[in-house]
Design a binder for this molecule. Sequence first.
Ligand SMILES: NC(=O)c1ccc[n+]([C@@H]2O[C@H](COP(=O)([O-])OP(=O)(O)OC[C@H]3O[C@@H](n4cnc5c(N)ncnc54)[C@H](OP(=O)(O)O)[C@@H]3O)[C@@H](O)[C@H]2O)c1
Length: 426
Amino acid sequence: MTLRIGIAGLGTVGGGLLSLLTEDGRARMIGSDIAVTGVSARTKNKARAVPIDAYDWYDDPVALAEAPGTDVFVELMGGAEGPAREAVTAALKAGKSVATANKALIAAHGEELARLAEENGGALKFEAAVAGGTPIVRALRDNLAPCRVEAVSGILNGTCNFVLDQMANHGVAYDDAVVQAQEAGFAEADPSLDVDGIDAAQKLAILAMLAFDGTVNPELITEQNNIFAVHGISNITLDDIRFARRFGFVIKLVGEAKRAGDDITMAVSPTFVATGHAFSKMEGAGNAVAVIADPLGELLFTGPGAGAGATASAVASDIVSLARKDGGPVFTAPVDRLRPLPVREGGEELRLYALRLRAEEGELDEEAVTAALAEAGCFTSRCELVGDDLMITTSPIDEKTLSSARTLLFTRGLARTENTFPILTL
Ligand SMILES: NC(=O)c1ccc[n+]([C@@H]2O[C@H](COP(=O)([O-])OP(=O)(O)OC[C@H]3O[C@@H](n4cnc5c(N)ncnc54)[C@H](OP(=O)(O)O)[C@@H]3O)[C@@H](O)[C@H]2O)c1
């Protein structure tokens, strides 16, 4: 029996999916009879790379989601609310299955939508929502289901990685690198969701749900909370990049979710990554996810985090999985067995930090600075004066200690902090 697909959203990913399903993809979907029957987007008469005349057009994505001719509703419009949420909800309520690439929607409403899928007998798939074409969602949900995941971390935002890569390897200033990302089609006209770390935080929340069998309160996915710290890359300068290089690191936007006793810690921040670490080698819009799981040890998934072909291939893999009637829960367990994850205040964790300090005026007194840092409980493991900057790496400290050390330096007029970075130790 043919599986009839309705696609809402015909932009980068939707266009890529149509071309994959209609041009060369079907032959590879072994044993699956799949046909696109209906499509929806904002503007019917827009010029599109792939012709859509052969499909029924729907002005309203909800109508497509509910149409009797749609077995699987594919949501590729984006956004946590509005038409994406309404249409996915309508499809699931009608007992249909859904595939989506929408991390904002899954991070904000994944639990509620999974419940709807369970109650109405449909499935909800979102392989493309994290790391684009890199197959990490199914790996966590299925392959790693018998394992105890201790930590999951990754470079989850292609735009930020592209920008940091341009800064580190081509000496491009931050603002210019963002423009280059926009010109290359990686960044939106308004890149704030990416560069502020929110997009990476949404993806990390989804990974944590899959890794630790629970739900993450969506209210934690903001820049303004002390629990799940979310920091972006917009204050990174070429001086920071040089500082990192001098100490043998590169700066990457890293999301980390770990077990800490009975709790979970989660953070997204620009992080010093040692040049030998696999994350340091991720170039352009590439994504990487590392998982530490018992009894497997460490696993590394790398691949394209964005782009039409890569993301469409992940969505198509969900469609194939639906055609094959691969079962199982939406996350790792039925919704009633998912517990709210006890996300602990990240600042309590002991971490190594790198600090770049500068004198308020005149020369920096290295000895006085390190003595004041030690007085606050922040011991330095490496300290080097480079031009106007004193570069320091610390012994393991928590955020409170780091913050009081910085305040002490400032109130004594010894130095101000130009920037601070956690150092990746996973
Ligand atoms: N781009 C990537 O590389 C990538 C990677 C991973 C995940 N994703 C996710 O994939 C989803 C789609 O991203 P995209 O990059 O393909 O976006 P996009 O290029 O901006 O395309 C969005 C599509 O949705 C349609 N649309 C927007 N608002 C609508 C509305 N109110 N009603 C009906 N249709 C509407 C647009 O219609 P018109 O064409 O008529 O304007 C357009 O076809 C998002 O959730 C995104 O986060 C994207």
